[in-house]
Design a protein around this ligand. Structure first.
Ligand SMILES: [Zn+2]
Length: 184
């Protein structure tokens, strides 16, 4: 098995509702800084260790973050929310893994003529990557493509098989795994 994508339920919150007009595409409203977090954001649905906002972010609990720090997943950036430090934005800093959109038949719809971003990128599952394996069995990765529509797009977070085992032992709430089907 190549790896698994991490999924979580929505937490009924938005990162970017108050993003300034200057930080958005003037034509389609896309927020360019995909790490922007509203300074007043508080997570509304608080029971999950792993969840996502309605727009672009993967959110983890402090418990999940502390596990990642103890396990030395140095490729992760974990940024506490300014107004709600019990929750942290999880992002993967290492170079992205290419998603094989041709093999999957991913659809790219309504490209913005101003910024070039597609309004919708549909078709993440089943998951096909453009690599024959991940760089390591124990680590976090992300896809180069963001899936979703409008500002509600995010890359898939992929973990190696060893990382899945470690995460399962922790019994984090909200976290589910979707296997990577293959490559090429
Ligand atoms: Zn645009």
């Amino acid at each position: 098995m190549i790896g698994y994508a991490l999924y979580g339920p929505d937490n009924d919150s938005h990162f970017g509702d108050d993003a300034s007009p200057e930080s958005r595409c003037p034509a389609c409203g896309y927020i360019f800084d995909r790490t922007y977090i509203s300074p007043t954001l508080k997570i509304r649905r608080r029971v999950y260790d792993f969840s996502h906002t309605y727009d672009y972010g993967h959110i983890v609990s402090r418990k999940f973050a502390e596990f990642c720090i103890r396990a030395s997943y140095d490729e992760l950036t974990l940024e506490p929310l300014e107004a709600d430090p019990e929750f942290l934005l999880l992002s993967v800093a290492s170079p992205p893994v290419p998603f094989n959109h041709a093999r999957r038949g991913t659809r790219f719809e309504d490209q913005c003529s101003a910024c070039g971003v597609f309004e919708s990128v549909v078709g993440a599952n089943p998951i096909f990557l453009n690599v024959s394996g991940l760089e390591r069995d124990d680590g976090f990765f992300r896809t180069d493509l963001e899936f979703g529509s409008g500002n509600g797009k995010s890359p898939l977070i992929i973990v190696g098989p060893a990382t899945k085992e470690r995460l399962e032992k922790e019994r984090f709430t909200g976290l589910t795994f979707e296997p990577v089907e293959g490559a090429f």
